[in-house]
Design a protein around this ligand. Structure first.
Ligand code: ZN
Length: 161
């Protein structure tokens, strides 16, 4: 049996599978998902459902490990008000869902949380950084304008002589 490379697209954990032997090639674990872990997991699963490498196991970081070729294992996504079972069909708290509905449910639950943080970051961090730059740019322009006028009046005076 040939060895298969199985890896986590999120934290870069990597294993080599040969039969029942799962050898850890790279511990990974340092990289965190850019969005909420449940949303990040769904993006990996969604990619697997649409021809990407299959989600063959769970990574130590909690997100799916993928391998190609492979067979996707059942996965469960957690929402604040229930769970979504990801298998051949998608089953949410109130019945079967489409891929788009799962994306919407997860984005509604987990994407909003990051927006106020971003807005606070832009106001608290970016504004004090931009303000000194704006003042500096204004001073630079004022100085250049003054020097230009001084030079012009000086050269004008020389022409008068
Ligand atoms: Zn991982």
């Amino acid at each position: 049996m040939t060895a298969q490379r199985v890896y986590c697209p999120t934290c870069l954990h990597e294993q080599r599978w040969s039969g029942d032997t799962h050898e850890v090639v790279s511990a990974g674990g340092k990289r965190r998902p850019q969005s909420h872990p449940q949303l990040a997991a769904w993006r990996v699963l969604l990619n697997a459902r649409n021809g990407g490498p299959a989600a063959v196991a769970a990574c130590p970081c909690g997100l799916p490990l993928v391998g190609n070729p492979g067979t996707s294992i059942p996965w469960q996504l957690t929402l604040p008000d229930g769970t979504i079972d990801v298998g051949p069909t998608l089953t949410g708290p109130v019945g079967t869902l489409t891929e788009a509905e799962v994306t919407t449910a997860l984005e509604t639950a987990y994407l909003e949380r990051f927006r106020p943080v971003k807005a606070v970051f832009q106001t608290v961090i970016m504004a004090p950084m931009i303000l000194p730059f704006a003042l500096w740019a204004l001073m630079l322009w004022t100085t250049a304008y003054f020097l230009y006028n001084a030079f012009m009046s000086l050269s004008g005076a020389q022409q008068m002589m």
